[in-house]
Design a protein around this ligand. Structure first.
Ligand code: ADP
Ligand code: MG
Length: 464
């Protein structure tokens, strides 16, 4: 194995983790070992960090000796290993985000007391707020600056600036991040305000329990006595009438008392189907702020910030490559970066664009731009210098029929459309005609190198 200069301790740490995983098994590794971050290595002393006292004590009593043995074996200059608590542990490179999803969890969050990201959740116990989801760690750019500013206003203002704050945007674009950030901020600056953050799913779950155990008084009391209520992913309420009804009353009770409500959804209030009209319109009364899909610039900034927080140096060219190719959302971008860093540390090689292509071939394929039949028709017409209308026309002259066949062939290869669908898009032709075209082009490609090159060139221009 080749080692890179400067990142030796990362490499050792990756190897130690590999050994731990094989020794203790996947389950233990995920629960206890994966959340550990490497804080520092100096003068033969390794310092690891975790998010809570509980985690620290557990690791000290169960794993630390073994970690030290393995480490000393990897690097004889290391004489001691300790683990400390950091409120805000650096992100851990991992194959998938190490943090548990907060979407399906929820619970009360008292203004004081231990609330940690890694605590197991039981009903009525604090919601784990992820220590990484703060305003400081939220990178802003054109697509999210409005939502960010609105969230900050709600978090910083001692009064209620608008009610409710409705955050919406596609999956993985930072809605939950902003909600946690609001909760953290209020908790720190105005600890007397009681904040309750939970997912819409959890709200429903608690309601059903309250109904089943005839405990509605307690339920109402609990949700109506908070100063700030935050419900994540309210599109989940669609079609769930009882839950909507109760949420509507909770919502009104809070707004009437001038208590802050923050909700998030994957669509704007008017676009969520299956919501009662009165709830839909009520939710749009305050400030509706949307988060748009990321831009290239924002993706580069986010990658830079994440790479820095992981503590790995990655060439700008590599970050730019990732930002250009992974366009779906921030969650996927983060996951991709983590995979690359983890892989590089594990095999002890520098991170190059080649490495990235290798490690992320599946993600990169999935993020490839979707080619449409229109794109194909246009590209083929341009290449063979025929009109786009010839793609649909009944003309059978070879000069137009051949390009048309190429376009049908590429439609089959590059899109997921069926033969009949493709036929319809070429002037309503039959699927057997498309099949014939595909076979013909395949045969010609095999027989005629020049023709095969033509097809290849068009294909490249479409995939570029
Ligand atoms: P959503 O709730 O909209 O589906 P999340 O808030 O869970 O998305 O975000 C997905 C991941 O992307 C999280 O790890 C989050 O920290 C990260 N993320 C999203 N937007 C940003 C941003 N602007 N800056 C930094 N990290 C971000
Ligand atoms: Mg979310």
């Amino acid at each position: 194995m080749i080692q890179t200069e400067g990142s030796n301790s990362d490499v050792h740490w990756a190897r130690v983790r590999g050994v731990l995983r094989s020794e203790f098994g996947d389950a233990a590794f995920r629960s206890w070992l994966k959340p550990i971050a490497l804080k520092d290595v100096a003068n033969g002393k390794v310092v690891l960090s975790v998010g809570t006292n509980f985690m620290r004590d557990w690791i000290r009593s169960h794993y630390l000796d073994r970690i030290q043995d393995i480490w000393t074996h990897e690097d004889p200059s290391v004489r001691s290993v300790d683990v400390i608590v950091l409120q805000n542990p650096p992100s851990i490179p991992a194959e998938s985000p190490a943090r548990p999803s907060t979407n399906s969890r929820g619970g009360t969050m008292p203004a004081e007391g231990p609330t940690t990201a890694e605590q197991p959740v039981h009903d009525g116990h604090p919601t784990p707020l992820d220590p990484r989801l703060t305003f400081e760690n939220f990178i802003t750019g054109k697509p999210n600056e409005f939502a960010y500013a609105a969230a900050r206003r709600v978090a910083e203002s001692p009064t209620v600036p608008f009610n409710p704050l409705f955050l919406h945007g596609g999956v993985g674009l930072g809605k939950t991040h902003l909600m946690h950030a609001i909760a953290w901020h209020i908790r720190k600056r105005q600890p007397e305000r009681r904040v309750l953050y939970l997912s819409a799913e959890k709200f429903m779950y608690e309601l059903i329990r309250a109904i089943r155990f005839k405990d509605m008084m307690h339920f109402k009391d609990r949700f109506r006595s908070v100063d700030v209520l935050m419900i994540d992913d309210v599109q989940f309420f669609a079609g769930k009438d009882t839950t909507q009804e109760e949420f509507f009353h909770t919502f009104n009770a809070l707004v009437d008392q001038n208590h802050q409500v923050v909700v998030s959804a994957d669509k704007s209030p008017s676009d969520i189907e299956g919501l009662e009209e009165r709830l839909r319109s009520r939710m749009g009364w305050g400030l509706v702020a949307d988060i748009h899909p990321t831009t290239y610039e924002l993706r580069v900034s986010i990658l830079q910030a994440k790479a820095e927080s992981i503590g790995t140096k990655i060439e700008r060219g590599v970050l730019e490559f990732l930002a250009r190719r992974i366009t779906s959302n921030v969650r996927e971008l983060e996951g991709a970066l983590n995979r690359v860093v983890y892989h590089a540390a594990l095999v002890g090689r520098d991170i190059s664009i080649e490495t990235v292509k290798e490690v992320l071939s599946d993600v990169l394929r999935a993020n490839d731009r979707k080619v449409t039949i229109e794109d194909i028709q246009k590209a083929v017409a341009r290449h063979f210098n025929v009109r786009i209308s010839d793609m649909h026309s009944a003309r059978r002259a070879r000069a137009v029929a051949r390009p048309r066949q190429v376009a049908m062939f590429l439609s089959k290869q590059l899109t997921t459309r069926s033969l009949p669908e493709i036929g319809r898009r070429f002037g309503g032709r039959d699927h057997t005609t498309v099949m014939h075209a595909v076979k013909t082009v395949e045969r010609l490609c095999a027989e005629d190198v020049g023709f095969a090159e033509d097809v290849e060139v068009i294909k490249r221009s479409l995939e570029g």
